[in-house]
Design a protein around this ligand. Structure first.
Ligand SMILES: [Zn+2]
Ligand SMILES: [Zn+2]
Length: 175
């Protein structure tokens, strides 16, 4: 597989029972198949430590604003998603295969945010219920254009906090 950020060849790295595709001696990015990231996204998950030390080529610079192709699927452009409710880390996700691309440094940022999965979800829940529940309701009352924006926010929310998102059960309705 080719690196979606710098075109280098990705190397497979076995981390306990998962195999992560790593851009060694390139941009230092990481490719996770669905659910693999969950195995290493918290600090107590020691398996992830080795992934924080990928050797990079300092001569390579990456355009972080650019949309990237999925390294796994043909002709599929990945979507940008915030990985945390406070929108601090933006990652690329393939809507087709569900894989996630992290740029160098992003796994460390994600691991530093929360100690457990429960904490992560709780933070997302309170953030969304404080901020977005009211805002989304308002947007929906304001007609079509805002409904589309509301829909996009709801989609981000569903990605960050799938266990809290129940289609049609939120105050702001079904998306
Ligand atoms: Zn790369
Ligand atoms: Zn894909």
């Amino acid at each position: 597989m080719k690196c979606p950020a710098c075109d280098n060849r990705l190397e497979q790295m076995k981390v306990e029972d998962i195999v992560v595709d790593v851009c060694t001696n390139g941009c230092g990015g990481l490719w996770f198949d669905p659910y693999e990231l969950k195995r290493v996204d918290e600090k107590h998950e020691a398996a992830g430590e080795i992934l924080l030390q990928i050797k990079k080529n300092p001569a390579i610079s990456v355009d972080y604003s650019k949309q990237r192709p999925c390294p796994h699927c043909e002709d599929q452009i990945m979507m940008k998603h915030f990985m945390s409710a406070k929108q601090e880390v933006e990652v690329d996700e393939c809507a087709n295969c569900g894989g996630i691309w992290l740029d160098a440094g992003e796994l460390g940022q994600i691991r530093d945010q929360f100690t457990t999965e429960v904490d992560r979800e709780r933070a997302a829940e309170s953030y969304f219920s404080e901020t977005f529940d009211k805002e989304l309701e308002k947007m929906l009352e304001q007609g079509e254009k805002n409904a589309k924006r509301a829909h996009n926010i709801a989609k981000i929310f569903r990605f960050i906090c799938p266990s809290y998102y129940i289609p049609g059960k939120q105050k702001w309705g079904a998306f």
